[in-house]
Design a protein. Structure first.
Length: 426
């Protein structure tokens, strides 16, 4: 199939508000079903395909669509077959992190728009490939950083910071209370019959199947993700990047380890990452307890320390302090950011209007995800990274530089796919 000659029904714009947007779901595990239910709330969406490497997930996804719409979408195991469907306008990629890039790049080449979950990519090189593919093929994209649009509190925080109410912000401290409950240490075993484990691994190294290495707990292995830090990095860092127009750090360092977990997973439960942006110290803390002094804000949060005031925010609310005292009557700033129609709705409207600059498109997603990936590289190498963002390169550290990309196996590659593709081993 020569993807250059495929185009969606919305590729040229001009569609009426009554036209259906045909979506295909790639990945319908726990989060995938959540997204499927979300898209099914929009009457102008039609779900034509359900794709997953686990046959149980496919059956459950089809049952959801049938129950809510009375229609039976097509079933797929290999995402590449979905891209051969000429009626599909866009794909929704809700897979483990190591499977974000390839479906996104191939979908862009196939003339499909893409909604892809956060973090954008497994590696910096993959993120760059995703950005380049979306730009080259002029595809509408949205990263699933839904707090950005689905909770109005972040907008109110950004208004206060941008208005200058805090003065000059010199330090940002973010936190996530990490999980300390172990997940056990089961032995390796044959994969379940309904799971195509080879296809699930995809670009990742070959490993014996283990129940911890697939559904639900896969993100706690370096082969597939960057642990709890990268899982929440985009959600929490988003408000800081948005409010301060952050681009890229100059240096990145991190310390941490596994101090509370004793199970069969790998990634740390405790990390403190320090990133130096021009004129700003940026700290991200992963720890079993919330940031001391702000426990009342909950398990996630972000503190903006300004020369005139300090603001602390969670997803849903924020507080302002002046000289250490909470200010209950801080006036609303004159700056006003309009509320969003919703994260999914923004993506759907952008497809119809051919609007490429959604608020969380892959270009923004890459900018936001990169520093979290760099923090994990600094942790794993035990070094302070000097970052050249123009070249997207780590300066003077070959070991760390190698971790910017990823290894591939079989026929999987981010290079343009040849017309005759190699089959996946079953």
């Amino acid at each position: 199939m020569d993807y250059r000659f495929l185009s969606s029904g919305f590729a040229q714009g001009g569609a009426s508000a009554n036209d259906k947007i045909v979506l295909a779901m790639i990945g319908v595990g726990a989060m995938g079903k959540n997204r499927l239910n979300g898209f099914l709330e929009h009457p102008d969406v039609e779900i034509s395909a359900i794709c997953d490497v686990d046959a149980r997930h496919v059956e459950e996804g089809i049952a959801l669509v049938r129950a809510k719409r009375g229609r039976t979408p097509k079933a797929f195991r290999d995402f590449r077959d979905v891209l051969d469907e000429p009626d599909v306008d866009a794909v929704v990629v809700v897979t483990p992190d190591h499977w974000h890039a390839l479906p996104t790049v191939r979908a862009c080449e196939a003339g499909k728009d893409v909604f892809v979950e956060k973090p954008l990519s497994f590696s910096v090189a993959e993120g760059r490939a995703m950005v380049d593919a979306a730009a080259r093929h002029r595809r509408v994209t949205q990263m699933g950083n839904h707090i950005h649009n689905d909770v109005s509190n972040y907008r109110r925080v950004v208004e206060r910071v941008k208005s200058g109410q805090l003065g000059r912000v010199t330090r940002v401290h973010l936190w996530k209370a990490s999980t300390t409950q172990g997940r056990g240490n089961p032995p390796d075993a044959p994969p379940p019959r309904e799971l195509d484990y080879d296809l699930w691994l995809g670009v990742a190294p070959r490993r014996p199947y283990n129940p911890l290495r697939s559904h639900l707990s896969w993100r706690y292995f370096w082969d597939y993700s960057g642990g709890e830090l990268i899982d929440f990095w985009c959600h929490i860092s988003d408000v800081a990047f948005w409010a301060l127009d952050l681009k890229a750090p100059e240096t990145v360092s991190a310390i941490g380890g596994r101090y509370h977990l004793d199970d069969g997973t790998e990634t740390p439960d405790t990390v403190e990452a320090q990133l130096a942006f021009p004129g700003l110290n940026y700290v991200f803390r992963l720890h079993p307890r919330a940031l001391p002094g702000f426990e009342h804000m909950g398990s996630i949060g972000c503190v903006f320390e300004g020369t005139d005031a300090t603001l602390v925010t969670s997803y849903n609310r924020h507080e302002v302090y002046v000289a250490g005292k909470k200010v209950e009557d801080m006036p609303a700033p004159s700056l006003r950011i309009p509320d969003s129609p919703g994260h999914l709705r923004e993506f759907l409207d952008a497809i119809k209007a051919r609007k490429l600059d959604t608020t969380c498109n892959v270009a923004y997603g890459h900018q936001l995800t990169k520093p979290g990936l760099l923090a994990n590289i600094a942790l794993r190498t035990g070094t302070t990274l000097r970052w050249d963002d123009q070249r997207e390169a780590i300066v003077g550290n070959p070991e760390a530089q190698r971790l910017l990309t990823d290894s591939t196996r079989h026929a999987w590659t981010l290079r343009p796919e040849p017309a005759a593709r190699a089959p996946v081993a079953r």
